[in-house]
Design a protein around this ligand. Structure first.
Ligand code: C2E
Ligand code: MG
Ligand code: MG
Ligand code: MG
Length: 277
């Protein structure tokens, strides 16, 4: 079944593509089963105030351990879920599980999660005009003031006029909104002003090289200044060293997330590290 060239040899590229397609097909079948059988997990990464080091919230990050493949990266299975029409089911599970976890922490931990739990939303979920109601329904029992929704800058810009409308509905309902991976999505200043967002998350790619590359440092500085002018807070992603944390604090960045402060952890380990006395 391999594609043959005219000389009858198998084309290696076609063969590699065939295997990649086959893997994706099998992966989407297994992912679909994992979603319906409740086999996904949520990990939680702390978000901290850069000036005080205090916990300001957490981000929920989806994890999938497959019996055959082991841990599959969200960088692989989230785009696959989007492509194969599984992202709504996955997104619904993430919202329900987030609410369940917030409730469990309230009952079991010495202190509740301060601030908000950030939940990633993909473009296809965002395209649902009933999204705000849908989220409220799936997270019943949890106040919108305990939740922040994250959408990437490029997803915002897919249909910016619709995004302006939905973001206002969400803000009116009491949810906070963050623009994720900011700096990579080419949004225009005029839209940035109209999106009712509370926070800009500075993309990890700028933070990574910030200390050695003055262009990246300038970009980070510019994002922080822009956010201030638009009355949004800034959250730096991927902070791995104390030097990065110090420079970001000096530049006036409000909050940070990254391995330096804490890796994403399963709910019980997150609670032990961050929600005990
Ligand atoms: P994101 O929302 O920008 O999440 C931040 C990513 O950076 C996470 O990758 C996190 O583990 C990683 N990270 C945090 N601190 C550091 C650090 O110090 N260094 C480095 N190198 N990386 C760090 P992860 O968990 O692999 O997720 C990748 C992307 O997958 C997320 O990017 C998000 O776009 C998507 N994703 C994850 N969970 C969900 C979900 O439940 N729903 C949707 N729609 N997307 C999700
Ligand atoms: Mg995110
Ligand atoms: Mg991000
Ligand atoms: Mg990202």
């Amino acid at each position: 079944h391999h594609a043959k060239r005219r000389d009858n040899s198998t084309c290696p590229y076609t063969q590699a593509m065939h295997h990649a397609l086959q893997r994706r097909q099998r992966m989407s079948e297994r992912l679909s089963v994992a979603i319906s059988e409740n086999k996904l997990a949520l990990y939680f990464q702390p978000q901290v105030d850069l000036a005080s080091g205090q916990l300001t919230g957490a981000e929920a990050l989806c994890r999938w351990h497959d019996t055959e493949w082991g841990w599959v990266s969200p960088g692989e299975f989230i785009p696959l879920a989007e492509e194969r029409g599984l992202i709504r089911a996955l997104g619904d599970w993430v919202l329900e599980e987030s609410a369940r976890q917030l409730m469990a922490w309230r009952q079991q931990c010495a202190k509740p999660l301060p601030g908000r739990l950030s939940i990633n939303i993909s473009a296809q979920q965002f395209a649902d005009p009933q999204l705000t109601h849908h989220i409220a329904h799936l997270t019943a029992g949890i106040s919108p003031s305990a939740i922040a929704l994250e959408l990437t800058e490029s997803d915002f810009m897919r249909d910016p006029d619709q995004a302006v409308e939905i973001t206002h509905t969400m803000r009116q309902a009491g949810y906070a909104l963050s623009i994720d991976d900011f700096g990579t999505g080419y949004s225009s200043l005029s839209y940035l002003r109209r999106f009712a967002a509370d926070a800009l998350k500075i993309d990890i790619s700028f933070v990574r090289e910030m200390l050695d590359n003055h262009h990246d440092r300038t970009i980070v500085q510019t994002i922080i200044a822009m956010a201030k002018a638009l009355e949004m807070k800034t959250v730096a992603e991927g902070v791995e060293t104390p030097a990065q944390a110090r420079l970001l604090a000096d530049m006036g960045c409000n909050e940070a997330q990254g391995y330096w402060f804490g890796r994403p952890l399963p709910a019980n380990e997150f609670a032990a590290a961050w929600l005990s006395k």
